[in-house]
Every structure is written in structure tokens, then in C-alpha cells.
Design a protein around this ligand. Sequence first.
Ligand code: ATP
Ligand code: MG
Length: 356
Amino acid sequence: MKKNILIIPGDGIGQEVTTWGKQVLNRIAEKYNHEFIFDEAIMGHTAIEATGNPLPDETLEKAKASDAILFGAIGHAKYDNDPSAKVRPEQGLLKIRKELGLYANLRPILLFDELLDASSLKPEVLRGTDILFFRELTGDVYFGEKKRNEDNTFASDLMNYHRYEVERITRKAYDAARTRNKKLCSVDKANVLETSRLWREVVQEIAKEYPDVETEHMFIDNAAMQLVKNPKKFDVVLTANLFGDILTDEASQIAGSMGMLASASIGDGTGFFEPIHGSAHDIAGQNKANPLASILSAALMLDIAFGLQDEAKAVTNAVSETLKAGWRTGDIANSETAADKILGTEEMGAKVLEFL
Ligand code: ATP
Ligand code: MG
């Protein structure tokens, strides 16, 4: 298979971890006889410094022309203390999402047995958890009309959804459910919200096209509770923008560290694959960042963008073997981890390549 992959390392630890996601893709290409052609582009603070623009035209053009994008992170501490800065790294991210028409955010919550003690939940509750969230990205209260009256005694955010917005993400989620355990849970608040009633109707209609997939509908309040009570009961979870925002952050904590979670944003064109963590300037340039989230983002690309399930599995297996052998970065080490098993970014990335 021949694919053009754009690497956008971004800022801070994004630059350190993305190189490992790329090397893993390279190794997969050799091993499975694919041709992956890599290009690189700048974005975020790095791009502002170089060009004054957080998303230079050249980066956007390369992005549109590629088959998939492996992204690191953007951000810089200087903007945190300057909320009024006109040109900001995040503008680049929002713009590229819009330009690429990315409407579904996918976040797998994949737990490795070796790290069960990194979570605040009990190992017996967690063991076997493997959830794939589909969060809608273009509708909901984020983009509806916003109002405030003059004396500040009233405000409103309009929650809205178009049928086509629900349809397209629902099909993506069902397609994914077919490649997994054929179970889909759609989360809404259809007992109260009209948008949720439309959401549920659309999901019920599309469910008929997927009779092999078992469908469940759950209210958001119940889903939030079940997620920490019995996370194993979920497989593919499909939900709207606001509910997904909250639910995926809740779910990230069952996995323990930010350094372990990957995400994908997809639409009908080029997909965007990235760790959920940010640029983490507190540890940047110190060879401390965990590269596994970037490596798992590469696995997600192989699976979702290219349909290469065996190759994706080979990557997650290599991560699993690395952890099984006891190797850890600082963020996933615990008080019992031997000091000589705690590795830097470079050494950890190299271990995964070895197992691969
Ligand atoms: P941003 O402003 O871009 O979100 P951030 O500095 O807030 O970046 P986060 O990604 O939100 O960084 O992470 C919060 C903290 O978690 C970091 O400051 C860092 O200490 C830790 N962290 C995040 N990602 C990793 C990683 N890959 N490896 C190790 N530690 C990490
Ligand atoms: Mg942050």
C-alpha cells in the first residue's frame, strides 16, 4: 500500500514524541512491505515564530494533499499568561480541523494490564476495558446561537443538530463496531432534549443497516455513572459534542496517564491523529515525555485511515510487550518500579521498535 503521511510535530514535547510515531510507521512499512512517504510541516508556536502564522498556507496545502496526518501538540507557556494575545497556537488547530472537515473525534480507551495500578479505579473493575468513543465535533451548543441580555440577567446557548451531522458520524461508529465486538452504545438525553430525540431516531434508523451490531441507547447521566462503575460493559460509544467532551475526559482517567492515550479526528478526507496530551513545556527538551501516546496514534492511523488492522495490532502488541518487560517512562512508573527500568523518551521509543 502506498500512502503519503504528513508529520506535524508542533511544539514542546510534540516534537520529541512524534519522531517515535513516525519511526514506528517506518518500521511497519518495511515489515509489511508498504510504501509510506513522509513529509513534515510546522504549526503552532513554532510556526508563529517562523512565519507569524500558526497555520502557514504551506502546511495547510500539504495537509490537504496527504492521506493522513500524524500530529504532536501545540502550545507555549507564554500564551497562558497572555490570554489576550491575538495570534495564538490553538488558532492553527481549530482552523486545520475546519479546513479538513473533521467531524468525528475518536478516542480509544485501551488499558494495558501492566498499568492497571496507574488508574484510580480498582484493577478488577478495569481489567479487560477497551472502549472506542465517537464524539461528534461540528454541532451542539458549541456552534449554536449565543445570547446575553444587556443587564446580564440572562444568557443562552442554542443546542442544535442537523440530521446529516448525526447520520455521518453514526455510520462511522457502526463501521467501527463491525470491526470490533459488534456492540454500540449511543449516549443522549432523549428524555429531555429535542436534539437528543432526533439523535436517537437517526441512530435507530441507521441501526437497521447494521443488523449484526447490537445497539443500546443510554442517557448521559447513566453513562457517566456506568463508565466508572463497570467500564467493561462499553465497546463503541457514540455521542454528541458536549456529552463526548465530558465523557472522554472522564474515561481518560480510567486509563491512568495522559501519556498513553491517542485520538483521531476524521471526516470524509484526510484524518488527523494525535496524542490527547498537550505540549507539556514543564518537561519539554528533557527526554522525559512518554512517546507511547504518539506511537499509539500511529497505530490508530494504520487501523482507521488505512484499514491495516494487522499492522495496527502489531504496534499495540509491541507497546504491550515493552510494558510487560517492565520498561516505563516516569509518568507511568510507580514506587515499585526499579530505577533502571525507568527510561527517557528516546530509550522507550527504541524499546518499542525493538519489540516490533
Ligand atoms: P497544553 O497547554 O498544550 O495542553 P500542557 O502543558 O497543559 O500543554 P498537558 O498535555 O495538558 O500539558 O499535560 C499536563 C501535564 O501532564 C504536563 O505538564 C506533563 O507534566 C504531563 N504529561 C503530559 N503528557 C505527557 C507525556 N507524554 N509524558 C509524560 N508526562 C506528560
Ligand atoms: Mg493542558
